[in-house]
Design a binder for this molecule. Structure first.
Ligand SMILES: Cc1cc2nc3c(=O)[nH]c(=O)nc-3n(C[C@H](O)[C@H](O)[C@H](O)COP(=O)(O)OP(=O)(O)OC[C@H]3O[C@@H](n4cnc5c(N)ncnc54)[C@H](O)[C@@H]3O)c2cc1C
Length: 494
């Protein structure tokens, strides 16, 4: 009889786990609550437009390739990745200045010099420290399990040497003096749910990671990667159930033995959870035997910010807008404090604007442009009435874009809808509607994060944003590699 595994949730982490379990010889079944796979990487297809709901910036392509190679297949036979340039365009609304951050180091340095010549050398030094952090944080620690406290203790001297106790913003500020360039090089934690003012500077490894492998786009959108994985899973006989919400993880004598869906119980040797661990421990697992993650402890954790995302299509083409634009508002530190500490919905905002049609015309009908714009907002620890505020906030953001980089936007809209933290809570089962599970602060990273192997229940494992190493597509795909390493180690133990 073959060993069996159930995967709960089909985000990138769940899919990567399903494929890795299959390659280890398990008979794998995947259950997804929604009517399509991908989780935050699902797709909205409306009026001829294709909107990727979430991740758009693809980095570390080898992590995708590895999953196809498990079955002696090639990713490029399923989906094409192309290199983007510029990677991001920063637009500073306070003084109309533009900073192009690009694949060419020379070009990037020329752009930095437009703001402050001395910061060119500062950026070179920042890249050097970023490489050192990458060599430890990514190469050494992101694929290994962190459930052993002594392993964590052993890493501390290295982490201190790398100044991990500083925040991303503090480390960047040591090297870069110009306020706007500081902002450009410290916003990266926001892409993973962290406050640049509080997120450990380990996340500065992103600078080097981008330089090492580049920034990519998957032709057809990120959803095309999910469809490629879905095809691969079908070819490899992984059983997939959509519209299949797991209501309970069945445990017996502190061992996970199966799941409950409606009135049906299904049993397996290993249960791999890709749904938000905070939600799962709070709602799906018997709380009496759950000593480590009590409901109170879970509620008191620090959660990533919420996201307000407006998906829109226009009947005008904005040919000068780059694929990725970061639209910076007037305030930086003050705005971050409003979002993360005061948890208030401020009058101003900073935005990330995605225009896939800059690269891929197939994402919109002929003569049209496809966009989404994302604004970091407080999570639901402060319950904002999004039913009422959503429409007002949407209008404010569209007006700001109309007045600056997308003139005529409002009168050229063909379609427009949004997702608020309420939708993240209801649709993805994300506690407090957070965009990226618990936040990536030092005291919630590595050993302190939800372990990939449950502390309380045998045969229960976690992959995805809330577990080690953390949010972001490279992180969640790596979490499945951690899972594989744990299972290989456990099988040697027996
Ligand atoms: C708007 C946005 C933009 C982003 N941009 C980027 C980017 O450009 N680059 C990048 O690297 N990262 C980006 N991220 C982050 C990245 O998308 C996520 O960290 C990652 O996709 C999360 O994957 P995951 O494996 O944790 O699963 P999720 O995507 O969180 O999926 C979990 C799945 O579990 C399902 N589920 C929940 N409960 C149950 C249940 N009880 N039963 C069955 N199924 C259940 C959910 O429906 C969901 O499908 C972005 C995120 C968002 C939201």
């Amino acid at each position: 009889m073959s060993k069996t595994a159930i995967i709960v949730g089909s985000g990138f982490g769940g899919i990567a786990a399903a494929l890795r379990m299959k390659s280890l010889g398990y008979d794998v079944t995947l259950h997804e609550k929604l009517n399509q796979l991908g989780g935050r990487a699902r797709v909205f297809k409306k009026s001829g437009f294709t909107f990727d709901a979430g991740p758009t910036v693809i980095t570390a392509p080898f992590l995708f390739d590895e999953l196809f190679k498990l079955f002696n297949k090639e990713r490029k036979d399923y989906v094409d990745f192309i290199k983007l340039d510029p990677w991001y365009r920063f637009y500073f609304s306070s003084n109309d200045k533009v900073f192009n951050y690009s694949a060419s180091l020379d070009e990037t340095e020329k752009e930095i010099a437009k703001f402050n010549y001395d910061d060119v050398q500062g950026y070179r030094n920042l890249l050097k420290i970023s490489e050192k952090i990458f060599n430890v944080g990514f190469e050494k620690l992101s694929f290994v399990p962190f459930h052993d406290f002594f392993f964590m203790i052993k890493q501390i001297p290295t982490l201190i040497k790398l100044k991990s106790y500083l925040s991303v913003f503090q480390l960047v500020s040591k090297y870069i003096k110009n306020e706007q360039i500081r902002q450009a090089f410290s916003i990266q934690p926001l892409l993973l749910g962290g406050n640049p003012l509080e997120t450990t500077s380990i996340y500065n490894l992103i600078h080097f990671l981008e330089r090492k492998w580049g920034v990519y786009y998957a032709m057809g959108g990120t959803g095309k990667i999910i469809r490629a994985f879905e095809n691969l899973m079908k070819e490899e006989k992984i059983k997939i159930f959509k519209n299949s919400e797991v209501q309970r993880i069945i445990t017996k004598n502190n061992t996970a033995v199966g799941i409950k869906i409606k009135s049906k119980e299904v049993f397996a040797d290993k249960i791999i959870v890709n749904s938000d661990p905070a939600y799962t421990y709070k709602n799906l697992i018997d709380s009496k035997s759950n000593k480590k993650w009590t409901k109170k402890k879970i509620e008191n954790m620090d959660y990533s910010m919420g996201l307000f995302v407006i998906y829109f299509g226009t009947k005008k083409i904005y040919k000068d807008i780059a694929h990725h634009t970061i639209w910076m508002g007037k305030r930086y530190e003050g705005l971050l404090k409003d979002i993360f500490n005061k948890r208030i919905l401020a009058d101003d905002f900073s935005l990330y604007l995605h225009r896939p049609t800059a690269t891929d015309k197939s994402m919109a009908p002929k003569g049209c442009d496809c966009f989404y714009v994302l604004s970091p907002v407080p999570n639901l620890k402060n319950p904002i009435n999004w039913k009422k505020e959503g429409k007002i906030y949407e209008k404010k953001i569209l007006q700001a874009l109309d007045k600056t980089i997308l003139p005529g936007l409002i009168r050229n809209l063909k379609i427009c809808f949004h997702m608020s933290p309420n939708d993240f809570k209801n649709e993805y089962n994300s506690l407090f509607g957070s965009g990226f599970s618990i936040s990536p602060i030092f005291t919630q990273s590595a050993w302190f994060r939800f372990h990939n192997r449950s502390e309380n229940f045998k045969n229960l494992y976690f992959v995805g944003a809330g577990s080690h190493p953390g949010a972001g597509v490279p992180g969640v795909i790596s979490s499945a590699k951690v899972l594989e390493n744990i299972l290989r180690y456990e099988s040697k133990e027996h």
